[in-house]
Design a protein around this ligand. Sequence first.
Ligand code: DLZ
Length: 158
Amino acid sequence: MASSQKNLSDYSESNITDVSSRKFAIVVSEWNEEVTESLFSGAVETLKNHGVPKENIIRKNVPGSFELSIGAQWMAEKKEIDAVICIGCVIQGETKHFDFICDAVANGITNVSLKYNKPVIFGVLTPNNQKQALDRAGGKHGNKGDEAAITAVKMLGF
Ligand code: DLZ
C-alpha cells in the first residue's frame, strides 16, 4: 500500500518481545536536518515506549545518507549493539544524486545487516519534495521514524 494511503505510525503490535535490555544504535544523516531530526525523535519515542532506557540508545550522526552504510557498519560491528536504525531523507532533485544515493544506501545497509547478522533498518525517506517528507516525519502520514524503530524491535523478537 502506498504510504499516502497509510499512516506510517499505525503499525501492528504483534510479535513484540521484551527489548528493555537490548541496545540500539541510531545513525542519523544531517542532510535535510529538519526531517531527520523529527524521524530520530519518533524512533527514540517508540523505543522508549517499548521499554528501552535512554542509555541503551546510542546516536551517531553522519553528513548525508550516502554515509549511512559506513556509519551502520561502525555500529553493527560493536558486540554490544543488537540493532541499528538508519535515518535519512533523500529528496528527489534534478540531478542524478537521488538514484546514486538511494541505490547505494539500500544496498549498503542490506550488506551490513547480512554481514553482521543483525537487523539494520532502512529508515530513509525518498520523497519527491520537502512537503512529502514532512508529511511522513510527524505530519499527516505519521512518522517513518516510529516505523523504523518498531521494525527493529520486531526483528529482535524473530
Ligand atoms: C549530495 C547530496 C544531495 C544532492 N542530496 C542529498 C539528499 O537529498 N539527502 C541526503 O541525505 N544527502 C544528500 N546529499 C549528500 C550525500 O548523501 C553525501 O553526503 C555526499 O554526496 C558526500 O558523500
